[in-house]
Design a binder for this molecule. Structure first.
Ligand SMILES: [Zn+2]
Length: 278
């Protein structure tokens, strides 16, 4: 992450901690300081101990340093209302309402606290796990099994055919919105094999010239979306209705409602629109 404010790390200060920047989650919602007079941006709670604000931390993990302060993820005890002047806000709702850099770190923090919460005991032998000091890992005190944070890769692809783009629609999408073919990587697959398989399974279309575009962590709860472009290489469009509500070719001059700017799908589409049809 290009940043002057944040430095990732696992440092655990031994002395009593000074002020800490907290990414503290109540369920899936982040504890944030409400905007002051005239402002519209949320900010982080800064405190040596969140108990000073009247909420209690169930468990916490170091994230690094933010603006020279220690920075931690935390899980809050359930049920306590947000302190006066603060609110619990979901990550999706926070987008655009908090500094973009803090939003990115919040995604990391969410994944770390999710991993911390889900890995208290060894899946192999049931003994307690302890947190590694030098790397992000939990180790079984009895059988030495390791548990790293789980990151699940998925591919997403923009398939073009001259001035047309292949777009798909899932039933849960907002009315009128279409996205791009996406799917999880299976064991043994390369990312490119996954792209070709997903496109063929979902739409019956074959693709060629699969080219990496970029990637995006997607902390809902622990994916990384790996984006590609590809060219139509044959096949009749037929929709796999078990996965999709619809799939269509759209002309670049007549696109449907697009995915939100937050998404890599939108960035793929905008990058395609920005270059001439080929
Ligand atoms: Zn074990």
């Amino acid at each position: 992450m290009p940043s002057s404010r944040f430095r990732a790390g696992l440092g655990r200060p031994s002395a009593a901690p000074a002020e800490i920047a907290w990414f503290a989650f109540h369920g899936d919602d982040l504890l944030v300081r409400a905007p002051g007079d005239g402002g519209d941006r949320f900010d982080l709670p800064i405190a040596a101990d969140l108990a000073d604000l009247g909420v209690s931390v169930t468990r916490a993990q170091p994230l690094g340093e933010l603006d020279g302060r220690a920075c931690r993820s935390a899980e809050l005890a359930q049920g306590a209302p947000a302190p006066a002047g603060y609110a619990y806000v979901s990550l999706r709702r926070l987008h655009g309402r908090i500094d973009p850099e803090l939003f990115e770190i919040a995604g990391t923090a969410y994944q770390v606290q999710h991993w911390d919460k889900a890995h208290q005991y060894c899946a192999a032998c049931g003994a307690a796990l302890e947190t590694g000091q030098d790397e992000r890992v939990k180790r079984c005190v009895r059988c030495a099994s390791n548990y790293f944070p789980r990151i699940t890769p998925a591919t997403i692809v923009l398939v073009e055919d001259g001035p047309r783009v292949l777009m798909t629609r899932q039933a849960r999408f907002p009315a009128g919105m279409y996205g791009l073919v996406a799917g999880f990587v299976e064991p043994g697959e390369t990312l490119e094999t996954c792209v070709a398989r997903e496109v063929h399974e979902e739409t019956g279309v074959d693709v060629a010239d699969i080219v990496y575009f970029g990637s995006q962590p997607w902390p809902f709860p622990h994916q990384i979306m790996v984006g590609f472009t590809a060219r139509y290489a044959g096949g009749e469009l037929r929709v796999d209705t078990r996965e999709l509500e619809d799939a269509r070719w759209f002309h670049r001059d007549a696109l449907p409602l697009l995915p939100p700017p937050l998404s890599i799908a939108r960035k793929l589409i905008e990058a395609w629109l920005a270059r001439p049809a080929r």
